[in-house]
Design a protein around this ligand. Sequence first.
Ligand SMILES: [Zn+2]
Length: 156
Amino acid sequence: MTVVAGPPARITLVGRIDDSAGLGPIIATLPPGPVVIDTAGVTFVNSIGMRDWIRFLRALREPTHDHGIPTLENVADVLMTQMNLLAEVRGTLRIASFHAQYVCNTCGREDIPVIDAIAHAAQLADLIAPPSPCPECRSAMELADFPERYLSIFRP
Ligand SMILES: [Zn+2]
C-alpha cells in the first residue's frame, strides 16, 4: 500500500515490496521538488521488489522527474539489510533514520529501535552502531548483528 501526501512530497510504503509492489506509477502522482519516503511499515522485501525499489529510486533522480536525491525516514529493518547488500545503492539516497535489530546485554530484551542517522552520521560512517536505551531496564542496547549488515551504506 502506498500513501502520498505533501508538500514536500511524502511517500509512505506499507506491507510487502515484491512482484506486485508497482512503485513506478507513484512517480507520476508526485508534485515537483524533494521527496521523503517512509518505509517503517514495510514487512517483507524479495529480489523482484528490490529491483523495483532500486529502479524507483533511480527514476526519482532522473532529470525528467528531478526530485533530487530522495530522503528515507524510518527505513524498515528488512529493507535496510537488503540495501546494504547492494553497493550501487550507496550515494543514491539520504537516510535520515532507520530501524535495526538491537539486543540488551543486561536483561536480554530484543528490540528494533529507530536510529537517528543524521545525529550519528560520523559514527555510522565508521561502521559504529550508536547505543540505544533498553525499553525494559534503560541499559544501553547494542546492535545484534554485524555492523556491515546495516551500516555499509553509510561508508563515505
Ligand atoms: Zn535491558
